[in-house]
Design a protein around this ligand. Structure first.
Ligand SMILES: Nc1nc2c(ncn2[C@@H]2O[C@H](COP(=O)(O)OP(=O)(O)OP(=O)(O)O)[C@@H](O)[C@H]2O)c(=O)[nH]1
Ligand SMILES: [Mg+2]
Length: 361
């Protein structure tokens, strides 16, 4: 689909990133080890290509973070791919201590030869915005402080759901003798994202502010990905119970009304928010499953796919119970849909394809 159509030019690169990139390049020269954090859902698209030449000449570990949101089967293929490229790589969840401990074991291994001779070591954490660099640093700091109690109050890096939270490079001491500092850095993108799809993947993963691309365009892209992969058709097993409510007409064609799909046993949201979210997820999945399974066009055809996505916006509007006349209904649908995806409620995903042959960083 022509995701550039109608939405206007996109300025991916906020002004402050140029200065931040220069500062990161300078500090990298002093780093003994680089932890390059990428988003496990986009192991290639979340690489900052302009920094790669500076990173590949250093001791480097790739940390594919947010593994809890990534498809584990495809994750294995990515790990195998980076192994075959002789690039140390580990999939992590920055919020999980056991996961971060494994990363720290790898850090120790990589620093083994310098740890005994240098009095001070610098580990620099870099990556595009919102991949979880600061969350990772807080976990590292927390683990380290239980091993090497520090004097005074522990400094914490600010973590937040939107990109651009960290503005400056900041150091966190995690060990003495030798003194080891971990440096947090602001997330930086390249000035020119090479293709619209890479940009949309970054936007979907939350590395670009939604307002830069527009929620609707990101949601359309997500629907296009789901439909071309046929993902909703795999949701039947989750929804069998609910889909039993779908009626068939005399020709065997499905007739559906989202009313039929509504959970039989709905509790008001304030009784159980968890159940409420699950119900919405199920309705959203049913809406996409039904629209795609009834679709007679070709998902590879731009026009057909566009028509399907339009229908799905309508079905999603019902699933989210957004009143027909609500102003900005499309924006509300898009925001809710993206929230579900980003929270992993539509299942784990990896949006990048593993390259067939040559190693690309
Ligand atoms: N599901 C999940 N969320 C995570 C993980 N790591 C971090 N997050 C969340 O991702 C969001 C961004 O985390 P940050 O640590 O602020 O990301 P950052 O890379 O420092 O972002 P910038 O400072 O903007 O470059 C926060 O909402 C975190 O709670 C993870 O492993 N899994
Ligand atoms: Mg940060």
């Amino acid at each position: 689909m022509g995701f550039n159509a109608g939405g206007g030019a996109i300025n991916w690169f906020p002004g402050h990133m140029a200065a931040a990139t220069r500062a990161i390049r300078e500090r990298l020269k002093l780093a003994d080890l680089v932890l390059e954090v990428r988003d496990a859902r986009i192991p290639l698209s979340s690489a900052n290509q302009d920094l790669q030449p500076h990173l590949s000449s250093k001791r480097r570990i790739l940390a594919l973070n947010k593994r809890d949101l990534a498809n584990p089967n495809i994750m294995h293929k990515w790990i195998h791919y980076f192994d075959s490229c002789k690039q140390d790589c580990i999939a992590i969840n920055a919020h999980s201590k056991s996961s971060v401990k494994k990363l720290l074991d790898l850090v120790e291994l990589k620093l083994r030869e310098v740890i005994s001779r240098e009095p001070t070591l610098l580990v620099m954490v870099v990556g595009v915005p919102n991949v979880g660099k600061s969350a990772l640093i807080n976990s590292i700091h927390q683990i380290a402080s239980s091993l090497f109690p520090m004097q005074g109050k522990m400094k914490r890096a600010t973590v937040g759901p939107l990109p651009g939270v960290t503005q400056d490079i900041a150091g966190y001491k995690i060990a003495h003798q030798p003194s080891i500092y971990v440096l947090d850095s602001p997330g930086v993108l390249v000035p020119n994202i090479p293709d619209i799809e890479t940009g949309l993947k970054l936007a979907l993963a939350g590395s670009v502010k939604d307002s830069v691309v527009g929620e609707e365009r990101i949601a359309q892209y997500l629907l296009a990905v789901l439909n071309t992969r046929g993902t909703p058709l795999h949701w039947t097993h989750l929804n069998n119970r609910r889909l039993e409510g779908i009626k068939f007409d005399s020709e065997g064609k499905r007739e559906y009304s989202l009313k039929d799909l509504r959970p039989k046993r709905r509790k008001p949201p304030n009784n159980s928010d968890v159940l409420y979210i699950e119900d919405i997820v199920t309705e959203v999945q049913c809406a996409l499953y039904l629209t795609l399974s009834q679709f007679t066009g070709n998902v590879e055809d731009e026009g057909d796919l566009g028509g399907l996505i339009e229908q799905q916006f309508e079905a999603l509007q019902k699933a989210f119970k957004i009143p027909h006349k609500a102003s900005e209904a499309r924006l509300m649908i898009s925001k809710k849909f993206l929230t579900l995806f980003r929270a992993g409620k539509l299942g784990p995903f990896i949006l990048d394809d593993v390259p067939d042959a040559n190693c690309v960083s």
